[in-house]
Design a protein around this ligand. Structure first.
Ligand code: E4P
Length: 218
């Protein structure tokens, strides 16, 4: 499963890229606001440190304007992936951009039927939001299972499931178990994936015992 960093924080992205842990980045207007940075400027920096797709979300909602914004965003770097809302206008733009060979990510997906339409529109990725469904007492992971089932029924579908709105380490392991193609995860949660109390305790014991041997490797 590909791991994307769900952030517009260039410091966090650079650190994760240095560790070799991420395959791409997703941003959204709220994350850009949180970063306090200029959108196009920060996108350019992110594309400079990450080779994989960097999702940049349009702010327009009508087809003509979406297409104009997409052209500006796509011009920033070759690895920009245009993020579009799951609306009729967004899907129309997705179809047009896909035909032009542009990578697309259809966002704000909350049902398998919506995901099917994103696939029909030729989306590179569809982003189902797990945590926001959990927030309203629905099963977000069930949505990933449903979309996986639907997509697997039609092998011609090339759209990848990009599980989004993931809040916990458990969300990440569960979407991987289901077979999501990719997951976008906040940086602090990516770092938590490495943690296990027995790894920590085991390493402490090994280091203590090694010190007792009085040996050195170099
Ligand atoms: C990513 O593409 C989404 O915009 C993001 O995962 C949403 O996460 P949130 O529901 O925690 O805001």
């Amino acid at each position: 499963m590909k791991l994307f960093a769900d952030t517009a924080d260039i410091g966090a992205i650079s650190a994760l890229a240095d560790l070799g842990l991420i395959d791409g980045v997703t941003t959204n207007p709220s994350l850009v606001m949180k970063s306090g940075r200029g959108f196009k400027e920060v996108l350019k920096e992110i594309c400079g440190v990450v080779d994989g797709p960097v999702s940049a979300e349009v702010a327009a909602t009508d087809f003509e304007q979406i297409m104009k914004e997409a052209a500006v965003l796509a011009d920033i770097a070759p690895n920009i992936c245009i993020k579009l809302p799951l609306t009729l206008e967004g899907l129309k733009a997705c179809r047009a951009l896909s035909r032009e060979g542009c990578k697309t990510n259809v966002t704000l997906c909350f049902s398998a039927s919506q995901a099917l339409l994103a696939a029909k529109a030729g989306a590179t990725y569809v982003s189902p939001f797990v945590g926001r469904l959990d927030d309203i007492n629905q099963d977000g992971l069930e949505l990933i299972r449903d979309i996986r089932t639907v997509f697997d029924n039609y092998p011609a579908i090339e759209t990848e499931i990009l599980a989004a709105s993931l809040r916990t380490v458990n969300h990440v392991s569960e979407v991987a178990r289901i077979g999501s193609d990719a997951a976008t995860i906040p940086p602090d949660t990516i770092l938590k994936l490495v943690e296990h109390p027995l790894t920590k305790k085991g390493l402490e014991t090994f280091l203590d015992d090694w010190a007792k041997t009085g040996q050195k490797i170099i």
